[in-house]
Design a protein around this ligand. Structure first.
Ligand code: ZN
Length: 214
C-alpha cells in the first residue's frame, strides 16, 4: 500500500471510530507503521477537516521529531513505543469509549467473563496505571498493561488496541467496547460467572484467524 493510501486509511478509520460511537470529538487517535516511520493523526484537528498531508510522520527510532504541517497527536509517545517495540503491531487505536472509560475510571480490569476476551491475547484486559496524558510515564504504563496483549484499559482515561492492520485494530476496539459494556451490565446483576483458564486457552486455540481477515 502506498504511503498516501495509508494516510487516507488513517483518516477513514478516525471518521469511522466516531461514526461507530466509540469515540467523541478528537480525543481518539490512530497510527500506522510505514517502513521505519509511524504515521499518526494530528493533534486537535477535526477528522472531517483532516487531509492526508496533515497526518504527521515520525521516525520509529526518534524522540518526538515529526514531519508535517501539524503536530502529531499528544499521545504519540505510547503509539511510537508500541510500534517500535512490537513486530506484531502495525496499527494502534486509542479512544475514550463510554464503557471502557467507565470501567477505567473505576480502576477495573476486565476478567474472563466472555470467551471473546481471548481475542486480546489473554484471559484479562489489564488496566494501565494513571499518568498525565501524553507523558513518558503513561507510555510506560501502557506498554506494561499491553504486554502479551492486543488491548488495555487506561485508568481514568480510555483504552488502546493494536492490530496487524488498521482494520484489525479497529475491529478489536469495537469488540473491546462491546465486552466492556457487557461486563458493566453484569456488574448490575451480581457480577459474571468467569470462564476458567483452560476454557480461555481452548477458545484462543480455536480462534486463530478469527474476526476480520487481513
Ligand atoms: Zn486519550
Amino acid at each position: 500500500m502506498s504511503e498516501l493510501n495509508v494516510r487516507k486509511e488513517i483518516i477513514e478509520y478516525c471518521l469511522e471510530m466516531n461514526a461507530l460511537g466509540i469515540n467523541q470529538g478528537t480525543s481518539g487517535n490512530i497510527s500506522a507503521k510505514y517502513g521505519d516511520r509511524m504515521l499518526i493523526s494530528p493533534s486537535a484537528t477535526p477528522y472531517s477537516k483532516c487531509k492526508p498531508e496533515m497526518i504527521a510522520s515520525m521516525p520509529l527510532d526518534g524522540d518526538g521529531e515529526w514531519d508535517g504541517p501539524r503536530k502529531p497527536s499528544t499521545e504519540w509517545r505510547f503509539h511510537l513505543a508500541l510500534h517500535s517495540t512490537r513486530d506484531d503491531v502495525q496499527s494502534v487505536v486509542h479512544a475514550h469509549p463510554i464503557y471502557c472509560t467507565t470501567l477505567a475510571m473505576a480502576r477495573k480490569t476486565i476478567p474472563a467473563c466472555h470467551y471473546m476476551i481471548a481475542a486480546f491475547g489473554g484471559n484479562t484486559i489489564e488496566l494501565a496505571d494513571y499518568a498525565l496524558f501524553g507523558s513518558a510515564e503513561l507510555n510506560r504504563h501502557v506498554l506494561k498493561a499491553m504486554k502479551n496483549r492486543t488491548a488495555c484499559l487506561m485508568a481514568n482515561h480510555g483504552m488502546c488496541t493494536v492490530g496487524e492492520s488498521l482494520e484489525k485494530a479497529m475491529w478489536r476496539a469495537v469488540e473491546l467496547e462491546t465486552l466492556a459494556h457487557q461486563y458493566f451490565n453484569t456488574l448490575q446483576i451480581g457480577g459474571p460467572v468467569l470462564l476458567s483458564d483452560r476454557q480461555i486457552a481452548a477458545t484462543a486455540k480455536s480462534m486463530s484467524g478469527y474476526g476480520v481477515q487481513d
